[in-house]
Design a protein around this ligand. Structure first.
Ligand SMILES: [Zn+2]
Length: 201
């Protein structure tokens, strides 16, 4: 993807995440791959509702910064997911309220209450708590690199997608499922036979 187009698209999705209350203030970080080796990522410490295309930081998957600006300290787990999954074009990490409420309670997202949860998210693991920016956090994310979405204990959520839109849709669906799970109380999950059928779709 052309770098200028990618910068505009990423800024648009950051605005959408912010407007949909999927991230607040400077929380979270989002990236979009340009090619096999390079990607752009949100800068450190900026409000996601105010980001402009030219503020995104260009990096390569060896961790080298190739443009102006200071990348998010979480660039390491974005790189880990890009390396593990050649077809991943985008990684989104944010702190949506209901996902984070489950994450601080150490409660897993079921994603098996509705068909969309199963189809869009599949199994959503909960990774343990590790200091933001640490190697331990990166290693824990890398361990679950095959998952479409994951919760991070006492922290937030991560999704990845083959397009920026797919990663965004998964984050939006993840927060919907977290909210649903809290509102629906002890509602039963879909029957196992149905979950198996939906998983193949
Ligand atoms: Zn975070």
């Amino acid at each position: 993807m052309n770098e200028q187009t990618a910068r505009k698209k990423l800024a648009d999705v950051c605005g959408l995440l912010y407007d949909r209350n999927l991230t607040v203030s400077a929380g979270g970080n989002m990236s979009l791959r340009l090619n096999e080796k390079e990607f752009i990522i949100t800068p450190s410490g900026r409000n996601k509702g105010l980001l402009k295309p030219d503020e995104m930081v260009l990096m390569n998957i060896n961790g080298k910064v190739l443009s102006d600006g200071k990348p998010s300290i979480e660039n390491k787990f974005h790189i880990a997911l890009f390396k593990a999954n050649p077809d991943t074009a985008s990684v989104i990490h944010c702190h949506p309220l209901y996902c984070t409420a489950l994450a601080v309670r150490g409660e897993k997202i079921k994603s098996t209450l509705t068909p969309e949860g199963v189809i869009l998210l599949g199994n959503v693991p909960m990774i343990g708590y590790f200091t933001p920016g640490s190697k331990k956090l990166t290693d824990a994310v890398a361990e679950h690199a095959s998952c479409k979405a994951m919760l991070m204990e006492r922290h937030g959520a991560i999704t990845q997608g083959r397009t920026l839109e797919e990663a965004f849709n998964r984050m939006e669906e993840l927060e919907f499922q977290a909210k649903l799970q809290m509102l629906a109380g002890d509602a039963e999950e879909l029957p196992l036979s149905e979950i198996k059928k939906l998983s193949k779709m």
